[in-house]
Design a binder for this molecule. Sequence first.
Ligand code: GLU
Ligand code: ZN
Length: 315
Amino acid sequence: MRGRFAPSPTGYLHLGNVWSAFLAWLQVRQAGGTLVLRIEDIDEQRSKPLFAKALMEDLHWLGLDWDEGPDKGGPFGPYIQQERYDHYAAALEKLKRLGLLYPCYCSRARLQAIGAPHAGEHTVYDGHCYGLSERERQKMTKKPSWRVHVPRRTISFTDTVYGPFEEELTRCCGDFVVRRADDMYAYQLAVSVDDGAMAISHVLRGEDLLSSTAQQIWLIETLGYEPPSYTHVPMLIDTAGNRLSKRQHGITVRSLRQQGVTAEAILSHLAYAGGLVTESRIYSLEELVQQCNFKRLRREPIVIRPDSFSKKFDV
Ligand code: GLU
Ligand code: ZN
C-alpha cells in the first residue's frame, strides 16, 4: 500500500494537520506500506518555502516519518507541486484531446448568483460556457478559466469511515475548474494527477474533502490511473465549534512544544479523543501503532479543549 500526507505550506503545522498526518502515518505503518510526503504549494501566493521547511521539522519532531518526499527523493518525484507543473500541463492536454476541456468566461458575480443555496455545499456550475461556439469564444475579452466537462455518471465508492456513497457527477460537482484564470492549476486537478501518478493506493484526509472525492475518482480514472481507496477522518473542532484547521484557530505544534508538551502527549491525546485507544495515558509511538484501532475511530467532529495538552496530562 502507498499512502500520502499532502499538507499545504501556508502556515505552521497545526493540530488539524497533525491529526490527518498522524492517521495517514498510522494507517501506513500498521500495514507496513510506504508513506509519501507531498508539499501542495500550487497556491503560489499563500505558500512559503519557510513553512514547507518548518512543517517537515515539526513532523520529524513528532516522530511521524515518511519514505518518499522532497528531502528523501523516491521513484515518483518530484514531491513538491510547484515542480510538477509539466505533469499538470500534460493532464490538461489529455483532457483537451478527449474533448472535455473548455474555457469559462463567467464573471464572479454570475458564478455567485448560481451558487449552491447552503454554505459548505459545492457550487454546481450550470454549464453556461460549455455550449459557446468558437466564434462566441473569440469575441470574449476576459481571460478564461478552464473547466472539465463531466458526464452524467454515478460514481460509487466506499469510504472506510463514512461508508458507501453514490454520487452523480452532474449533480454533485458539475463541470469544474482545472485551471484558473490567473493560470494557477486547481487543487482538484493537481491532487488527482498526483495521487494517480504517484500510484497512491490509500488516501487518508479530513472529512471536509469527502465531497470532492467523486470528482477526483472520475478525474483519476479519466487520466488513465487507478483510483485509490479513501478514508476520511472527522475534523477537530474547538469548544465553540470552529475547525482547528482554520488558520485563525490553529493551535500550532510549535506553540505546544514551547509550552513543554511532548510529541507523545500530543499524539496520545489525539488518539484518545478520536476513540482509537480506550485509555487516557501517554503512549509511545510503537504502542500507538500496535494499539490504535481504526474501527473505533469516531465519525463526529472531535472537540479539543484548550487545556487538553496542559502539563498535568504529561505526567
Ligand atoms: N493540501 C490539502 C490540505 O492541506 C490536502 C489535500 C488532500 O489531502 O487531498 O488541506
Ligand atoms: Zn462560464
